[in-house]
Design a protein around this ligand. Structure first.
Ligand SMILES: [Zn+2]
Length: 88
């Protein structure tokens, strides 16, 4: 048994791939396109976190403990729509 067994899942930070966001490259802003909210066309987003649990019962979980997975997501400030989700 591990010492870290107090009913709290282990936290594993994980970044979702940033759709459309260039990484560590010199990008001319004129070469880029706005990514507005598909629902309301708002152009400002708040960063939020989605939580998932990687079950200890999953045979591919090497830790043997429930792991809390954090996923960074972007919410439209105007309507709350999560970027990348179906706009329906
Ligand atoms: Zn919106």
């Amino acid at each position: 048994m591990s010492r870290n067994n107090q009913g709290k899942p282990t936290v594993i930070p994980m970044r979702v791939p940033n759709v459309g966001q260039p990484q560590q490259q010199q990008i001319n802003i004129q070469d880029t396109a706005e990514q507005p909210c598909p629902k309301c066309l708002g152009q400002h987003f708040d960063v939020a976190v989605r939580l998932r649990v990687f079950s200890k019962l999953n045979p591919t979980n090497p830790t043997g403990q429930d792991a809390l997975i954090k996923m960074e997501v972007y919410l439209c400030r105007a309507c709350g729509h999560e970027y990348g989700q179906p706009a329906g």
